[in-house]
Design a protein around this ligand. Structure first.
Ligand code: NDP
Length: 447
């Protein structure tokens, strides 16, 4: 690692060592930029690394709301506007009790490079709250969303910052947030993406992250002349990304063996079919139940409480689609031992640094989330375009644009990795390809 990179990381560690996910994501990105930084002295001259690791703006606010018993509750709201060199801030909102500034800084930092990779003019941001929608009534969720937007509205705008969903923020929450925004500003702006299809949303946006992840996996497999048909796939999570990754994998002929939530994992050794997946969608999205129930609805399904999928069944491909650091070194060793040939991240940073290094050493095809899950934000970009021209594209058109964006991201990452002598290193390739565009724009825009 060059001295320049090491000094920036040491300085960040001394100031923000307590924000461990943020430090982890910066270490992953900067740690893979060494060859580029050594060959391009301009980045050190313009102090690009020191500048790119610090958010342009962090907004923190209180969100009081009233629960169904009439008690006042208070949560914390955040928006981390990380980098706007190539476009307005863009990135999701996460509602989960684990949310804190360090997690949102990691997610916002990742988003800069992900958005750059899509080739769309989008800066990087992330936001959310430690509010937990789980177990709350619809009225409580609506009340919270409205009060969250009562503050957030003054910091966002179609050409300023365009939030979307993430963990705990689906189309229901986007609806309440958008409804409140619209009634405050009296304008039907494209200020949120992930909107419902009847009020400004794009076809294929709900499917986009999961579909895109599978499209990316197919591109990686092609480099080794492997087809997805017949491959056994383990998927974690049972939310938006996991459901649509499963759907596309099944449609393309793979056998999906697992899904999970924060309580445990189901293994369906017969494979989850499209019909069974519809039952899971109804269970998770309508009844808001736990994945354990699936094992009671379908024969030959086992439930494993407090377990992640990785050590429960052999597979060829792993798609971690739940949350950060959900696949560690022990999981990685078990996956490789059991025959896994490819790991494609649907979630953001689900693989620990140690597990990533292990996969790379074992020559496993490994796609970092900032490349392989970029289909969601890319389709959000397409939603913004449709809103701007006041037209709705058909599903087939959006899906075909999504597919070509994922192919382009794959090729850009592979090209950059090849340029620096490691063609299979998608981590290095994605980081270099994403970084260059933003860093060069920062130089062009001055101090
Ligand atoms: P959802 O809220 O729809 O689903 C999240 C899933 O992950 C749920 O099954 C949830 O289980 C599980 N989960 C959440 N936290 C944990 C945890 N700490 N341990 C174990 N399981 C957990 O979110 P999404 O599907 O939208 O997001 C999943 C991942 O994909 C996140 O990393 C997100 O940042 C990333 N992502 C999402 C995009 C999108 O378009 N939605 C775009 C790009 C990335 P439970 O219900 O028990 O909490």
């Amino acid at each position: 690692m060059s001295n320049y990179i090491k000094n920036v990381l040491d300085d960040l560690q001394s100031k923000y060592g307590h924000e461990k996910e943020y430090i982890q994501s910066v270490t992953e990105v900067l740690g893979s930029l060494g060859k580029l930084i050594d060959s391009e002295p301009k980045y050190a001259k313009f102090k690009i690394l020191e500048r790119i690791v610090i958010p342009e703006r962090v907004i923190i606010f209180k969100v009081p709301w009233i629960d169904d018993k009439g008690n006042i509750q208070i949560n914390i709201g955040y928006r981390v506007q990380f980098n706007s060199a190539i476009g307005p801030y863009k990135g999701g909102l996460r509602f989960h009790p684990s949310v804190n500034l360090g997690i949102l800084k990691f997610l916002g930092f990742e988003q800069i490079f992900k958005n750059s990779l899509t080739t769309l003019p989008l800066g990087g941001a992330k936001g959310g709250s430690d509010f937990d929608p789980k177990g709350k009534s619809t009225r409580e969720v609506m009340g919270f969303c409205q009060n969250f937007m009562r503050e957030l509205y003054r910091h966002i705008g179609a050409n300023v910052d365009v939030p979307a969903g993430d963990i705990g923020v689906g189309s229901r929450e986007i609806g309440y947030l958008f409804g409140q925004y619209k009634s405050i500003v009296n304008s039907y702006d494209s200020v949120l993406t992930g909107k419902g299809i009847n009020w400004g949303g794009s076809k294929i946006r709900p499917e986009a992250t999961g579909y895109g992840c599978v499209y990316f996996a197919c591109e990686m497999l092609k480099t080794r002349k492997i087809d997805l048909v017949g491959q056994r796939v383990l998927i974690s999570g049972a939310g938006n990304v996991a459901q649509y990754a499963a759907q596309k994998a099944i449609q393309l002929g793979a056998t999906v063996l697992s899904l999970s939530d924060s309580n445990g994992t189901v293994i369906d050794k017969d494979g989850i079919t499209l019909e069974k997946l519809e039952m899971i969608k109804e269970l998770k999205n309508v009844r808001r139940g736990r994945i354990e129930e699936y094992s009671k609805m379908v024969p030959n399904v086992t439930y494993h409480a407090n377990c992640r999928p990785w050590q429960l069944a052999p597979c060829d491909i792993a798609l971690p689609c739940a949350t950060q650091n959900e696949l560690d070194l022990d999981d990685a060793k078990a996956l490789v031992k059991n025959g896994c040939i490819a790991v494609c991240e649907g979630a953001n940073m689900p693989t620990t640094l140690e597990a990533t290094a292990f996969f790379q050493k074992q020559n496993i095809l490994f796609a970092p989330g900032k490349a392989s899950n970029a289909g969601g934000v890319a389709t959000s970009g397409l939603e913004m375009s449709q809103n701007a021209i006041r037209l709705n594209w058909h599903s087939a058109e959006v899906d075909s644009r999504l597919q070509s964006i994922m192919v382009n991201i794959h090729d850009a990452a592979r090209r950059a990795a090849t340029e620096f002598g490691e063609p299979d290193n998608y981590v290095m390739g994605a980081n270099i390809a994403g970084f260059r565009k933003v860093a060069d724009a920062m130089i062009d825009l001055g101090i």
